[in-house]
Design a protein around this ligand. Structure first.
Ligand code: ZN
Ligand code: ZN
Length: 345
């Protein structure tokens, strides 16, 4: 057992406070690494504030984790001390079920989430708002040298969450892709879709982020606060990827899907969204959701981002600002991802 510094919340309305947690000694196939940066994902806020159901307190969130390997177990073959590595939303799975065998461990019934889950040691898992973590090597990814650890951290969730459905639904040359919302997920999604070769549009509330959207690779920008915005966009997009965490009526957005195309949600609103099902009869659109990606696909995404110069746009903050940062994320006042400097934890 070793100890690590961390920041935790003790209840849904409590502020974060510094604390000390224990990390298990590395097992034969495990890797321990010193955390350098941890992104603040909207999921952290939904979970820590019990928006998705009661959390296990004290909670140490963080599933966008980047750092440097400090110690490896005796049978570790994939990593060595000093390697630059990252961990996303998953730290374990059964390895034998159908979902695990096809590389989609995120759907394993025995998946262990990086925090607020029960780990292999029987303890509640604690995430990246800490100074170190011990993880099974199969759930650790290598961060390419071309990516700084601070801008790579958010890719471990925001990157794979958007890369996986963009790839699955064929974002590429000749395809028109709309990204709904340009926050932490959306600003990465625009870059990835553009790097894949798709023609990218942003659908946002206002035009306040239009210049950024175009800089990230979008060629069109639509503001839904403008009257009649839907005119000219019905049936336009092969893929509409919604990154918005707010609850809303998605009927108008689904109307923008082209015949045979798809509306995919990755924003995971806390309560039910609204959709007039008759819209599907007239468009033939599919409506679905996507959940991060498997570990192999996460590594593929990191390599893709390094090759194409895709990185999160981050604001690095000290741990003492986590609570205030949460409030700003909820108000969409962050451009575009807060990343905690673990040396301040
Ligand atoms: Zn996340
Ligand atoms: Zn499994």
């Amino acid at each position: 057992m070793s100890t690590a510094r961390a920041w935790a919340m003790d209840g849904p309305e409590e502020p974060f406070h510094p604390t000390t947690i224990t990390r298990r000694e590395v097992g034969p196939t495990e890797v321990a690494f010193d955390i350098k940066y941890a992104g603040i994902c909207h999921s952290d806020i939904h979970t820590a504030r019990s928006g998705w159901g009661p959390a296990k307190y004290p909670i140490v969130p963080g599933h966008e984790i980047a750092g440097v390997v400090r110690e490896v177990g005796t049978d570790v073959t994939k990593f060595a001390v000093g390697d630059r590595v990252g961990v996303g939303c998953l730290v374990d799975a059964c390895g034998t079920c159908e979902q695990c065998r096809c590389g989609r461990e995120q759907f394993c019934k025995r998946a262990v989430w990086t925090y607020n889950s029960i780990g292999v040691d029987g303890e509640v898992t604690k995430g990246g708002y800490s100074t170190s973590i011990t993880v099974e090597q199969d759930f650790v990814c290598r961060i390419p040298d071309a990516l700084g650890l601070d801008v790579a951290a958010p890719l471990l969730c925001a990157g794979i969450t958007t890369y996986s459905p963009l790839k699955k639904w064929g974002a590429g040359p000749g395809k028109r892709v709309a990204i709904v919302g340009m926050g932490g997920l959306g600003h990465v999604a625009v870059q990835i879709a553009a790097a894949m070769g798709a023609e990218v549009s942003v659908i946002s509330q206002t035009r306040s982020k239009e210049a950024d959207g175009r800089r990230f690779g979008a060629s069109n920008y639509i503001a839904v606060s403008e009257d009649g915005w839907i005119k000219g966009h019905v049936g336009e997009f092969d893929l509409v990827l919604s990154t918005v965490a707010a609850d809303e009526d998605i009927t108008q957005l689904v109307r923008t899907v082209a015949f045979g195309g798809a509306f995919i949600d990755v924003g995971m609103p806390e309560t039910a969204s609204k959709l007039n099902l008759r819209t599907l009869c007239s468009t033939g659109a599919s409506v679905n959701a996507s959940l991060i990606g498997g570990i192999a696909e996460t590594q593929e995404m990191l390599d893709f981002c390094a090759e194409h110069g895709v990185a999160a746009q981050v604001e690095v903050i000290p741990a003492s600002e986590i609570t205030a940062a949460y409030d700003r994320v909820v108000k969409s006042a962050v451009r575009y991802r807060y990343v905690i400097d673990a040396s301040t934890i």
